[in-house]
Design a binder for this molecule. Structure first.
Ligand code: F3S
Ligand code: F3S
Length: 105
């Protein structure tokens, strides 16, 4: 799977959403999250993110390694919705993101 890391937090450019052929990039309150089971590893989202927040799971920079877990655990209570268009924005964040101070860039 691909992973959305810290640079997305409080930025949410959303350019990635349009690129995903399986609509597996879901919107939380402060970040977006890639569904680990629905992502087909096409990689189309990665180059369009203007803040380079998206990485293949094996290439996530060390300082953001916990974002793999964040993207997985975000869906613990959601299961596999089968498409972000159907769910719309989800009013929560993973705890490691929810507890971050406001990210000003
Ligand atoms: Fe976030 Fe980049 Fe997508 S900022 S919403 S991962 S285009
Ligand atoms: Fe979609 Fe990106 Fe995966 S475009 S299928 S989330 S690699």
């Amino acid at each position: 799977t691909y992973v959305i890391a810290q640079p997305c937090v409080d930025v949410k450019d959303k350019g990635c959403i349009e690129e995903c052929p399986v609509d597996c990039i879901y919107e939380g309150k402060r970040s977006l999250y890639i569904h680990p089971d629905e992502c087909v590893d096409c990689g189309a989202c990665e180059p369009v993110c203007p803040v380079e927040a998206i990485y293949y799971e094996d290439d996530v920079p060390e300082q953001w390694s916990e974002y793999y877990t964040a993207n997985v655990e975000f869906f613990d209570d959601l299961g596999s919705p089968g498409g972000a268009a159907a769910t719309g924005p989800i009013p929560k964040d993973h705890p490691i993101i929810a507890t971050l101070p406001l990210q000003v860039r």
